[in-house]
Design a protein around this ligand. Structure first.
Ligand SMILES: Cc1ncc(COP(=O)(O)O)c(C=O)c1O
Length: 387
């Protein structure tokens, strides 16, 4: 395995760290973009941030060009017209009806709005544990306690039967993350259709498909169910992940007209920026890039997982752009070892899965480095005997 040599890395890290400390971060970012050939991952990052599942390749060339042009030509303009236009483009793209699409400042705005509109102290969100933390966080701001359903022991995915039982008991909103962040588990067409069919019509189901495009051609999107008329379903998507536009903040959701109308009034006015709209629209036209990103991600995941096998670290087979690993040591120990010894920022603590840590898939070079640091970590010995 072609692991980055540790000494080389430490020199690189020390230099880059000093640059950050002396306030050259903006300059470095500019440099990284200048050096960025869209066929390769963006280089020269320090620390190596593998905590937010960002696409190491960044956006496709057309998106870079369109976004840059929009900054130049449209920065002075509010984005309402462009936003309405892009909403119509997405509506056509998914063959939806008018009024069934809503754009958000990232998927996160739409998840927050779903909580604001559809949850109350008497109708809590029902969430799997662990799952992406937005519903939990935004419900918490309104002093609403989510109903947490432990992930199934088998694949750490959503336990649909227990979620259904909770839905019948408590009502409210059900949040499904597919593929699931952080476990990477995936539900298939039958599981999803049966589940949606059984949810009482007065309940809302939010299916978050932030990582959908990473699954590849076999993915079943709940967009199909919206299209065929499911009246209580909202599907949330984003340009932040495979499209590499996390910094430009464009997300969207689809659902029946009534649900979308209820949510639309809660958006910030002019919630999407011109550069984001232009870049997202250009990205949508380059399906070949998405396919390439999907294959790259899959190849890197296979490569990383075989490296984990080699050094004897357990992981959950995943469908997204990240892998949840289990080092046998506490999250705190693993997280700080990766950071201090390797300059690697790994994912957040997952209280319901102690000993696990999520690593986003970066470039091959990043993953070689992670494997090399993890191997050193493993060589510290059996955690049970580590005192
Ligand atoms: C499952 C999931 N949903 C939504 C989001 C938020 O996406 P956005 O950047 O579009 O707000 C994330 C970001 O990490 C995510 O993992």
């Amino acid at each position: 395995m072609n692991h980055l040599k540790r000494r080389e890395f430490i020199t690189l890290a020390a230099g880059a760290g000093a640059a950050v400390l002396t306030g050259c971060a903006a300059e470095k970012t500019g440099q990284a973009l200048q050096d960025h050939s869209p066929a390769e991952p963006v280089k020269k990052r320090f620390p190596i941030v593998l905590s937010s599942n960002e696409n190491p390749f960044g956006p496709c060339p057309e998106a870079l060009e369109a976004g840059t042009k929009a900054v130049r030509d449209s920065s002075q303009l509010y984005s309402r017209e462009q936003s309405d236009q892009f909403s119509r483009i997405l509506t056509d793209y998914y063959r939806l009806g008018s009024g069934e699409m809503l754009l958000g400042c990232g998927a996160i705005e739409l998840l927050k709005i779903a909580v604001d509109v559809f949850c109350s102290s008497r109708s809590s969100p029902i969430i799997s544990e662990p799952v992406y933390e937005a519903m939990d966080y935004y419900a918490g701001l309104r002093r609403i306690s989510p109903i947490r359903i432990p992930a199934s022991a088998k694949d750490k995915g959503h336990d649909f039967q227990s979620m259904l039982d909770a839905a019948y008991l408590h009502g409210g909103l059900i949040y499904v993350c597919n593929p699931c962040n952080p476990t990477g588990s995936l539900k298939n067409k039958k599981e999803l259709t049966d589940f949606v069919d059984q949810i009482p019509p007065e309940m809302i189901i939010v299916v978050d498909e932030a990582y959908a495009e990473y699954v590849g051609p076999g993915f079943f999107s709940c967009m199909d169910l919206v299209r065929s008329g499911a009246s209580n379903l909202i599907v949330v998507r984003t340009f932040s992940k495979i499209y590499g536009l996390a910094g430009l903040r464009v997300g969207y959701c689809a659902g029946n007209q009534e649900l979308i109308r209820a949510m639309a009034g809660h958006r910030l006015w002019n919630n999407i920026n011109q550069a984001g709209l232009a870049a997202a629209q250009a990205s949508l036209g380059n399906q070949a890039w998405v396919d390439k990103m999907q294959r790259e991600n899959e190849a890197t995941r296979t490569y990383f997982c075989s490296g984990l096998d080699e050094i004897g670290i357990d992981y959950i087979p995943a469908a997204g752009s990240f892998v949840l690993i289990s080092t046998g040591r506490s999250w705190e120990e693993t997280h700080s070892y990766l950071l201090i010894k390797g300059g690697i920022v790994a994912g957040r603590k997952i209280p319901s899965l102690p000993g696990h840590i999520r690593i986003s898939l970066g470039s091959r070079e990043d993953m070689d480095h992670v494997l090399s640091v993890l191997q050193d970590f493993q060589s510290l010995g059996d955690p049970k005997n580590s005192g």
